[in-house]
Write a protein that binds this ligand. Structure first.
Ligand code: GLU
Ligand code: ZN
Length: 325
Protein backbone atom coordinates (compact mmCIF):
# COMPACT_ATOMS: atom_id res chain seq x y z
CA UNK A 1 0.00 0.00 0.00
CA UNK A 2 1.17 3.49 -0.76
CA UNK A 3 1.59 5.98 2.05
CA UNK A 4 -0.65 8.98 1.60
CA UNK A 5 1.49 12.01 2.26
CA UNK A 6 0.26 14.15 5.09
CA UNK A 7 -1.55 17.26 3.96
CA UNK A 8 0.37 20.39 4.80
CA UNK A 9 -1.40 22.51 7.46
CA UNK A 10 -0.16 25.96 8.28
CA UNK A 11 -1.66 28.64 10.44
CA UNK A 12 -2.03 32.36 10.88
CA UNK A 13 -1.91 33.11 14.61
CA UNK A 14 -2.24 36.83 15.21
CA UNK A 15 -2.40 38.34 18.69
CA UNK A 16 -5.08 41.03 18.94
CA UNK A 17 -2.72 43.55 20.50
CA UNK A 18 -3.29 46.21 17.87
CA UNK A 19 -3.76 46.68 14.17
CA UNK A 20 -1.75 44.58 11.73
CA UNK A 21 1.27 46.34 10.29
CA UNK A 22 3.48 45.58 7.31
CA UNK A 23 5.74 43.32 9.37
CA UNK A 24 2.83 41.04 10.27
CA UNK A 25 1.58 41.07 6.71
CA UNK A 26 4.93 40.10 5.22
CA UNK A 27 5.12 37.04 7.48
CA UNK A 28 1.49 36.12 6.79
CA UNK A 29 2.01 36.54 3.06
CA UNK A 30 4.90 34.08 3.07
CA UNK A 31 2.99 31.70 5.36
CA UNK A 32 0.10 31.71 2.93
CA UNK A 33 2.29 31.19 -0.14
CA UNK A 34 4.16 28.33 1.50
CA UNK A 35 0.90 26.53 2.24
CA UNK A 36 -0.87 27.30 -1.03
CA UNK A 37 2.10 26.48 -3.23
CA UNK A 38 2.02 22.95 -1.86
CA UNK A 39 -1.73 22.48 -1.85
CA UNK A 40 -1.86 22.91 1.90
CA UNK A 41 -4.50 24.29 4.22
CA UNK A 42 -4.48 27.31 6.50
CA UNK A 43 -6.06 27.72 9.91
CA UNK A 44 -6.79 31.09 11.54
CA UNK A 45 -6.27 31.17 15.31
CA UNK A 46 -6.60 34.14 17.65
CA UNK A 47 -3.88 34.26 20.32
CA UNK A 48 -5.48 36.44 22.97
CA UNK A 49 -3.94 35.06 26.16
CA UNK A 50 -1.84 38.15 26.76
CA UNK A 51 -4.86 39.97 28.20
CA UNK A 52 -3.35 43.29 29.27
CA UNK A 53 -2.08 43.91 25.76
CA UNK A 54 -5.30 42.95 23.95
CA UNK A 55 -7.11 45.84 22.30
CA UNK A 56 -10.89 45.82 22.00
CA UNK A 57 -12.00 45.53 18.40
CA UNK A 58 -8.56 44.37 17.27
CA UNK A 59 -9.76 40.95 16.09
CA UNK A 60 -12.45 42.38 13.84
CA UNK A 61 -10.00 44.92 12.45
CA UNK A 62 -7.30 42.31 11.76
CA UNK A 63 -9.66 39.97 9.96
CA UNK A 64 -11.06 42.81 7.93
CA UNK A 65 -7.56 43.99 6.91
CA UNK A 66 -6.54 40.48 5.90
CA UNK A 67 -9.65 39.94 3.78
CA UNK A 68 -9.15 43.30 2.13
CA UNK A 69 -5.59 42.30 1.23
CA UNK A 70 -6.91 39.11 -0.37
CA UNK A 71 -6.01 36.56 2.30
CA UNK A 72 -8.18 33.50 2.71
CA UNK A 73 -8.04 30.52 5.03
CA UNK A 74 -9.81 27.19 5.15
CA UNK A 75 -10.58 26.77 8.79
CA UNK A 76 -10.67 28.71 12.02
CA UNK A 77 -11.79 32.12 13.11
CA UNK A 78 -13.87 33.91 10.51
CA UNK A 79 -14.25 30.93 8.20
CA UNK A 80 -17.93 30.34 8.90
CA UNK A 81 -17.51 27.60 11.51
CA UNK A 82 -17.48 27.92 15.25
CA UNK A 83 -15.21 30.91 15.89
CA UNK A 84 -14.94 30.22 19.62
CA UNK A 85 -13.01 27.03 18.99
CA UNK A 86 -10.17 29.06 17.53
CA UNK A 87 -9.82 31.69 20.25
CA UNK A 88 -7.22 30.75 22.84
CA UNK A 89 -9.04 32.31 25.79
CA UNK A 90 -11.94 29.89 25.08
CA UNK A 91 -9.67 26.85 25.08
CA UNK A 92 -8.43 26.93 28.67
CA UNK A 93 -9.75 23.44 29.45
CA UNK A 94 -7.56 21.95 26.76
CA UNK A 95 -4.50 23.61 28.26
CA UNK A 96 -5.54 22.42 31.72
CA UNK A 97 -5.58 18.84 30.38
CA UNK A 98 -2.07 19.27 29.08
CA UNK A 99 -0.97 20.66 32.45
CA UNK A 100 -2.46 17.56 34.09
CA UNK A 101 -0.42 15.30 31.81
CA UNK A 102 2.76 17.17 32.64
CA UNK A 103 1.94 17.13 36.33
CA UNK A 104 1.44 13.36 36.23
CA UNK A 105 4.98 13.05 34.88
CA UNK A 106 6.33 15.36 37.57
CA UNK A 107 7.50 17.79 34.90
CA UNK A 108 5.95 20.94 36.34
CA UNK A 109 5.93 22.62 39.71
CA UNK A 110 4.34 25.68 41.33
CA UNK A 111 6.55 28.74 41.75
CA UNK A 112 5.84 31.64 44.07
CA UNK A 113 8.64 33.93 42.92
CA UNK A 114 7.82 37.43 41.78
CA UNK A 115 9.62 38.96 38.82
CA UNK A 116 11.79 40.80 41.32
CA UNK A 117 12.75 37.52 43.03
CA UNK A 118 13.75 36.04 39.68
CA UNK A 119 15.84 39.10 38.81
CA UNK A 120 17.51 39.01 42.21
CA UNK A 121 18.50 35.38 41.62
CA UNK A 122 20.50 36.28 38.53
CA UNK A 123 24.25 36.34 38.88
CA UNK A 124 24.77 38.33 35.68
CA UNK A 125 22.58 40.74 33.76
CA UNK A 126 20.59 38.92 31.14
CA UNK A 127 18.88 39.95 27.94
CA UNK A 128 15.42 41.23 28.77
CA UNK A 129 13.91 38.85 26.22
CA UNK A 130 13.81 36.03 28.72
CA UNK A 131 14.78 35.92 32.38
CA UNK A 132 16.91 33.00 33.48
CA UNK A 133 15.19 31.32 36.41
CA UNK A 134 17.43 29.60 38.90
CA UNK A 135 14.93 26.94 39.98
CA UNK A 136 14.34 28.26 43.51
CA UNK A 137 10.92 26.61 43.86
CA UNK A 138 11.72 23.31 42.11
CA UNK A 139 11.46 21.21 45.24
CA UNK A 140 9.82 23.68 47.58
CA UNK A 141 6.12 22.84 47.45
CA UNK A 142 4.16 19.62 47.62
CA UNK A 143 1.35 20.92 45.44
CA UNK A 144 -0.29 24.05 44.06
CA UNK A 145 -2.39 24.65 47.18
CA UNK A 146 0.58 24.67 49.54
CA UNK A 147 2.37 27.13 47.25
CA UNK A 148 -0.74 29.28 47.13
CA UNK A 149 -0.88 29.25 50.94
CA UNK A 150 2.40 31.15 51.32
CA UNK A 151 1.32 33.97 49.03
CA UNK A 152 -0.64 37.05 50.08
CA UNK A 153 -4.21 37.39 48.83
CA UNK A 154 -4.44 38.24 45.19
CA UNK A 155 -1.18 36.60 44.16
CA UNK A 156 -1.22 33.21 42.46
CA UNK A 157 1.67 30.79 41.93
CA UNK A 158 2.84 30.02 38.40
CA UNK A 159 3.45 26.59 36.91
CA UNK A 160 6.99 26.15 35.71
CA UNK A 161 8.30 23.47 33.38
CA UNK A 162 11.35 21.50 34.54
CA UNK A 163 14.03 22.00 31.93
CA UNK A 164 16.62 19.23 31.66
CA UNK A 165 19.92 20.50 33.10
CA UNK A 166 22.61 21.07 30.48
CA UNK A 167 20.78 19.34 27.63
CA UNK A 168 21.14 20.94 24.22
CA UNK A 169 18.02 21.02 22.05
CA UNK A 170 18.56 21.24 18.28
CA UNK A 171 16.28 21.41 15.32
CA UNK A 172 16.57 22.13 11.63
CA UNK A 173 14.68 25.21 10.57
CA UNK A 174 13.77 24.96 6.90
CA UNK A 175 14.84 28.54 6.33
CA UNK A 176 17.45 29.30 9.03
CA UNK A 177 19.12 25.91 9.14
CA UNK A 178 20.29 24.18 12.29
CA UNK A 179 19.57 25.91 15.58
CA UNK A 180 20.77 24.68 18.96
CA UNK A 181 20.20 25.96 22.45
CA UNK A 182 20.69 24.76 25.99
CA UNK A 183 17.42 25.91 27.57
CA UNK A 184 18.77 25.50 31.11
CA UNK A 185 21.30 28.23 30.26
CA UNK A 186 18.85 30.54 28.51
CA UNK A 187 15.52 30.44 30.32
CA UNK A 188 15.90 27.80 33.01
CA UNK A 189 12.59 26.34 34.16
CA UNK A 190 10.09 28.51 32.32
CA UNK A 191 6.52 29.57 33.06
CA UNK A 192 3.68 27.59 31.44
CA UNK A 193 0.77 29.18 33.25
CA UNK A 194 0.11 31.90 35.77
CA UNK A 195 -3.00 30.22 37.11
CA UNK A 196 -3.70 26.75 38.44
CA UNK A 197 -5.77 25.90 35.35
CA UNK A 198 -4.49 28.54 33.00
CA UNK A 199 -1.97 28.74 30.22
CA UNK A 200 0.46 31.19 28.77
CA UNK A 201 1.70 31.48 25.22
CA UNK A 202 4.34 28.70 25.46
CA UNK A 203 1.90 25.99 26.45
CA UNK A 204 -1.08 27.19 24.43
CA UNK A 205 0.82 27.46 21.19
CA UNK A 206 2.06 23.87 21.41
CA UNK A 207 -1.26 22.40 22.49
CA UNK A 208 -3.15 24.30 19.78
CA UNK A 209 -0.76 23.57 16.96
CA UNK A 210 -0.85 19.88 17.87
CA UNK A 211 -4.65 19.66 18.29
CA UNK A 212 -5.22 21.63 15.10
CA UNK A 213 -2.95 19.32 13.15
CA UNK A 214 -0.51 22.08 12.22
CA UNK A 215 2.60 20.56 10.67
CA UNK A 216 4.25 23.71 9.33
CA UNK A 217 4.87 26.68 11.62
CA UNK A 218 5.90 29.90 9.92
CA UNK A 219 6.59 32.95 12.07
CA UNK A 220 9.03 35.76 12.80
CA UNK A 221 12.54 34.84 13.85
CA UNK A 222 12.02 36.71 17.11
CA UNK A 223 10.52 33.38 18.21
CA UNK A 224 13.47 31.24 17.11
CA UNK A 225 14.94 31.25 20.61
CA UNK A 226 11.60 30.21 22.13
CA UNK A 227 11.36 27.15 19.90
CA UNK A 228 13.64 24.83 21.93
CA UNK A 229 11.36 25.39 24.94
CA UNK A 230 8.34 24.54 22.80
CA UNK A 231 10.11 21.42 21.55
CA UNK A 232 10.53 20.33 25.17
CA UNK A 233 6.76 20.62 25.62
CA UNK A 234 6.07 18.66 22.42
CA UNK A 235 8.39 15.95 23.65
CA UNK A 236 6.88 15.80 27.13
CA UNK A 237 3.36 15.50 25.70
CA UNK A 238 4.43 12.87 23.17
CA UNK A 239 3.51 15.05 20.19
CA UNK A 240 4.99 15.03 16.74
CA UNK A 241 7.13 18.06 15.88
CA UNK A 242 6.06 20.38 13.07
CA UNK A 243 8.33 21.82 10.41
CA UNK A 244 9.64 25.22 11.50
CA UNK A 245 10.25 28.21 9.25
CA UNK A 246 11.41 31.36 11.02
CA UNK A 247 11.48 34.47 8.88
CA UNK A 248 13.49 37.67 9.19
CA UNK A 249 11.54 40.58 10.61
CA UNK A 250 10.80 43.92 9.08
CA UNK A 251 12.85 46.61 10.82
CA UNK A 252 13.02 50.39 10.69
CA UNK A 253 16.03 52.34 9.37
CA UNK A 254 17.49 52.15 12.90
CA UNK A 255 17.58 48.34 12.67
CA UNK A 256 14.94 47.83 15.34
CA UNK A 257 11.78 45.86 14.70
CA UNK A 258 9.02 47.82 13.06
CA UNK A 259 7.10 49.87 15.62
CA UNK A 260 5.23 53.12 16.07
CA UNK A 261 8.42 55.16 16.16
CA UNK A 262 8.96 54.29 12.49
CA UNK A 263 5.76 56.01 11.46
CA UNK A 264 2.40 54.51 10.70
CA UNK A 265 2.77 51.20 8.89
CA UNK A 266 -0.61 49.78 9.80
CA UNK A 267 -2.55 48.29 6.91
CA UNK A 268 -5.53 50.41 7.93
CA UNK A 269 -3.47 53.57 7.56
CA UNK A 270 -2.52 52.81 3.96
CA UNK A 271 -6.03 51.63 3.22
CA UNK A 272 -7.54 54.88 4.43
CA UNK A 273 -4.97 56.80 2.42
CA UNK A 274 -6.26 55.10 -0.74
CA UNK A 275 -3.36 52.68 -1.32
CA UNK A 276 -4.56 49.51 -3.09
CA UNK A 277 -4.01 45.99 -1.74
CA UNK A 278 -1.99 45.22 -4.88
CA UNK A 279 0.43 48.04 -4.12
CA UNK A 280 0.99 46.76 -0.59
CA UNK A 281 1.41 43.13 -1.65
CA UNK A 282 3.62 44.27 -4.54
CA UNK A 283 5.93 46.24 -2.24
CA UNK A 284 6.25 43.32 0.18
CA UNK A 285 6.83 40.92 -2.73
CA UNK A 286 9.63 43.19 -3.97
CA UNK A 287 11.22 42.95 -0.53
CA UNK A 288 11.25 39.17 -0.95
CA UNK A 289 12.85 39.28 -4.38
CA UNK A 290 9.69 38.24 -6.21
CA UNK A 291 8.74 41.52 -7.85
CA UNK A 292 10.16 44.74 -9.23
CA UNK A 293 9.89 47.88 -7.17
CA UNK A 294 6.40 49.43 -7.61
CA UNK A 295 4.84 46.38 -9.23
CA UNK A 296 1.21 45.82 -8.26
CA UNK A 297 0.31 42.22 -7.51
CA UNK A 298 -2.33 40.12 -5.85
CA UNK A 299 -1.57 37.18 -3.61
CA UNK A 300 -2.67 34.78 -6.33
CA UNK A 301 -0.37 36.47 -8.88
CA UNK A 302 2.44 35.82 -6.44
CA UNK A 303 1.80 32.10 -6.30
CA UNK A 304 3.44 31.83 -9.72
CA UNK A 305 6.59 33.72 -8.71
CA UNK A 306 7.02 32.62 -5.14
CA UNK A 307 10.51 31.19 -4.61
CA UNK A 308 11.94 30.77 -1.10
CA UNK A 309 15.49 30.62 -2.44
CA UNK A 310 15.23 34.30 -3.39
CA UNK A 311 14.10 35.44 0.06
CA UNK A 312 16.86 37.46 1.76
CA UNK A 313 18.08 36.17 5.11
CA UNK A 314 18.60 39.69 6.45
CA UNK A 315 15.79 41.71 7.99
CA UNK A 316 13.87 43.85 5.53
CA UNK A 317 14.53 47.52 6.25
CA UNK A 318 11.44 49.63 5.83
CA UNK A 319 12.20 53.19 4.74
CA UNK A 320 9.75 55.99 4.19
CA UNK A 321 6.29 55.49 2.86
CA UNK A 322 6.92 54.32 -0.70
CA UNK A 323 3.25 54.73 -1.49
CA UNK A 324 3.30 58.47 -1.05
CA UNK A 325 2.87 60.12 -4.41
N1 GLU B 1 0.66 35.09 18.30
C1 GLU B 1 2.06 35.26 18.11
C2 GLU B 1 2.34 36.65 17.59
O1 GLU B 1 1.45 37.29 17.06
C3 GLU B 1 2.63 34.24 17.15
C4 GLU B 1 2.93 32.99 17.85
C5 GLU B 1 3.52 31.91 17.00
O2 GLU B 1 3.52 32.03 15.77
O3 GLU B 1 3.97 30.93 17.57
O4 GLU B 1 3.45 37.12 17.73
ZN1 ZN C 1 10.02 30.28 42.26
Amino acid sequence: MKNTPLKLRGRLAPSPTGALHLGNIRTFMITCLLARSRGGELVMRIEDLDHPKNKPGAVVGMIDDLRWLGFDWDEGYGSGGNDEEYIQSRRIELYAEALEKLKAQNLIYPCTCSRKDVEAGLSAPHSDECLLYSGTCRTKYLDFASAQAVLPDGRIPAWRFKVPEGESISFIDSFCGKYSQIPSDVSGDFVLARHEFGAGYMLAVVVDDALMGINQIVRGDDLLSATPRQILIYRALGLELPEYIHLPLVVGPDGRRLAKRHGDTRVSFFREAGVSPEKIIGALAASCGWAEENEELSLSDLLLRFDMSLLPHEPFVWHDDPFAS
